[in-house]
Design a protein around this ligand. Structure first.
Ligand SMILES: NC(=O)c1ccc[n+]([C@@H]2O[C@H](COP(=O)([O-])OP(=O)(O)OC[C@H]3O[C@@H](n4cnc5c(N)ncnc54)[C@H](OP(=O)(O)O)[C@@H]3O)[C@@H](O)[C@H]2O)c1
Length: 248
């Protein structure tokens, strides 16, 4: 049975994907900082689930922690990076910006780099990263949106570079999925339940797709969003600021 490592398996999409993979009989390795969530999965699936606490901002730890996890699992066939934080505050607090960049840019690419080297050594593998449709424009969360553009371009470059090594690279592009990350977003539509998102992601991984939109209807938006003129983005930005003021 396949062995999948999920970074960010403690909440939201990563947790739902971990649960689904376990139900389907995969061996799953989970990482994140919230050990209690990882312990819960371990007690529900003691023979199939392994975990290690990992804070991906601490990039020096990544090789050692992931090597330990992979040994416990008996190898790794798929690595999914589902970790992210939202980032910026209205006041552009630098600590928040820095944290988002450390997590979504530095940590994200460090994990992908480690997994790519592992798969090159092993002759094959499958990398996946979750980005977002926000990669196409700047909005409220400067560091978050910019980090998603970085992640998407990083994945595309890896796809090109690693094809010759028999390594597949999948970009997972959600619109809105019902998880703790978006609970305070006032302007959401086509919200997808997290279990449905996990099913669509696993199907895309099993089909070894290059890109999957969650849900599929967002593919259409992926054609339109890069064409949006600045005044339209500005309109929605101002509308959101007004909604926030009304909510107090
Ligand atoms: N939900 C949506 O509508 C939506 C839309 C577009 C894109 N996405 C993307 O989907 C992915 C998953 O988001 P989600 O909605 O499932 O969010 P979530 O529920 O907040 O989960 C985020 C995950 O990232 C992990 N994480 C954060 N910082 C970390 C760190 N320093 N080291 C290790 N793990 C860390 C968290 O684990 P710990 O806190 O335990 O460390 C958690 O497991 C993200 O890439 C997000 O940008 C989500």
């Amino acid at each position: 049975m396949k062995r999948i490592v999920i970074i960010g398996a403690t909440s939201g999409i990563g947790l739902a994907l971990a649960r689904l993979c376990l139900q389907k009989g995969y061996r799953v390795g989970g990482c994140g900082r919230t050990v209690s969530a990882l312990e819960e999965l371990k007690s529900a699936y003691p023979a199939q689930f392994e975990f290690e606490r990992l804070d991906i901002r601490d990039t020096g730890q990544i090789p050692q922690v992931l090597n330990t996890l992979i040994s416990k699992l008996g190898g790794m066939d798929i690595c999914v990076v589902a970790s992210s934080i939202g980032g910026s505050s209205a006041g552009l607090d630098w600590q928040k910006e820095f944290d988002a960049i450390q997590t979504n840019v530095v940590g994200y690419s460090a994990v992908l780099n480690f997994a790519a080297q592992y798969f090159i050594k092993n002759g094959s593998g499958h990398l996946a990263g979750i980005t977002s449709l926000t990669k196409y424009f700047g909005f409220r969360n400067a560091s978050y949106n910019a980090s998603k553009a970085f992640e998407a371009v990083y994945l595309q470059s890896l796809r090109l570079k690693l094809e010759k090594n028999n390594i597949r690279v999948t970009e997972i592009v959600p619109g809105f999925v019902d998880t703790p990350m978006v609970k305070e977003n006032p302007q959401m539509f086509w919200l997808v339940p997290v279990e449905k998102a996990a099913r669509q992601i696993l199907q895309a991984l099993e089909d070894r797709k290059n890109t999957v939109y969650i849900s599929r209807r967002w593919r259409l938006m992926s054609w339109l969003l890069p064409l949006l003129p600045f005044f339209v983005i500005r309109y929605f930005y101002i509308k959101e600021q007004k909604l926030k003021k009304t909510d107090g």
